[in-house]
Design a protein around this ligand. Structure first.
Ligand code: UT7
Length: 329
């Protein structure tokens, strides 16, 4: 049995902040941000928590599938910016949705969180342990951004999306294959210094701005270019797919240059690469569900299409999933 995505939706907060907005706050330019990253604007919600962003996506996905929250068996939320450290945002969403029959948990895979969660949810469906799993990926990055650090604050945005996973009616559709990787040596280059059990919050940690994203951009960039391209190429090769067989590469939206390197390694032309980094920036676990939701809404993906989802992020974590699209457009 194969698990398949049977509905997909996304949501971003209303507030849009373009690059010029940052010019008055920090030493940066629209030109630098666009040429180095591909980002033009991003959405931020300065009020509310992650579940306020994800709830509309969860409601939309239920409506699209024509089911109620009571039909969901498991809720998995991929995020590093949940409403609270505990309880999980999955539990908070379960209450907000009234999904009384569901258990669930949060999964901290950073930028690869949605891919990790999708594979986990698919295995629950394939094993028969769950009939319907709601997998969400999203982050409220504005809650952990240092708006005085030009090297990080311009890169990220808030947003996320949701999918429903169920057994595929036809074995040839669904989550076909996956490659998931991790290298804990990446912690040194991308992390949140304080706030966890290693360094709980103190007045000093707050004064020293240790609760924000710390990133050594160039080091992460080098690993990301290689990591994302390697797994994307490998998943093509081991499934005997040529560039012509693939309808879309759906890459994590961290930097247009990383995306281009991955597409080039796969031999894919630009018009087969899903890109929305210009409008949303890097929403961490939100990028891939937002991308597939936009492809679906705009009828750019049709039943039977092969799409490759790929990511690289903190951990390091990275991976690639081959999906044969199963929703009628
Ligand atoms: O999703 C999680 C995984 N994260 C990633 O995949 C991110 C990977 N890294 C990157 O995307 C890129 O490394 C960045 C976009 C973060 C930075 O681009 P870069 O081309 O690697 O720039 P850089 O860090 O080498 O910095 C070049 C210059 C520096 O100035 P100096 O030292 O040459 O004088 C920076 O201080 O650009 C400066 N700079 C900026 N200038 C204007 C850094 N940030 C900014 C800024 N505006 N916002």
């Amino acid at each position: 049995m194969k698990a398949a995505i049977t509905a997909v939706a996304h949501n971003v907060p209303e507030g849009v902040y373009d690059n010029v907005w940052f010019e008055s706050k920090i030493d940066t330019t629209d030109e630098w941000i666009q040429t180095r990253t591909g980002i033009k604007e991003r959405h931020f919600a300065f009020e509310g928590g992650l579940t306020d962003i994800l709830l509309p996506a969860a409601l939309k996905v239920l409506e699209q599938r024509g089911i109620t929250a009571l039909d969901i068996d498991v809720i998995i939320v991929a995020t590093i910016t949940g409403d609270r450290v505990f309880p999980s945002s999955a539990a908070i969403l379960q209450r907000k949705l009234g999904a009384d029959n569901a258990w669930g948990f949060d999964l901290a895979g950073a930028c690869s969180g949605f891919l990790y969660a999708l594979v986990t949810g698919a295995k629950l469906v394939e094993s028969g342990a769950a009939k319907r799993v709601m997998v969400l990926g999203g982050d409220k990055m504005s809650s952990i951004l240092n708006f005085e650090d030009r090297t990080t604050c311009v890169l990220f945005g808030d947003g996320g999306g949701a999918v429903i996973l169920e057994a595929s009616e036809d074995e040839s559709y669904g989550i076909v294959d996956h490659i998931l990787r991790m290298d804990g040596k990446g912690e040194a280059y991308l992390h949140q210094p304080s706030g966890g059990s290693l360094k709980p919050p103190t007045v000093e940690s707050v004064m020293n701005r240790e609760h924000y994203v710390y990133q050594e951009g160039q080091a992460v960039f080098k690993s990301a270019v290689k990591g994302m391209a390697d797994v994307s190429f490998e998943i093509m090769e081991r499934n005997s797919l040529k560039a012509d067989d693939i309808a879309w590469l759906v890459p994590h939206q961290a930097n247009l240059r990383i995306i281009d390197a991955t597409a080039s390694r796969m031999g894919l032309p630009h018009d087969k690469v899903m890109i929305n980094i210009d409008r949303f920036g890097n929403t961490t676990a939100g990028t891939i569900p937002i991308c597939i939701s936009e492809l679906h809404i705009n009828k750019k993906v049709k039943k039977g299409d092969y799409i490759v989802l790929s990511s690289f992020g903190a951990g390091y974590t990275w991976g690639s999933i081959l999906v044969r699209w199963s929703i009628d457009s």
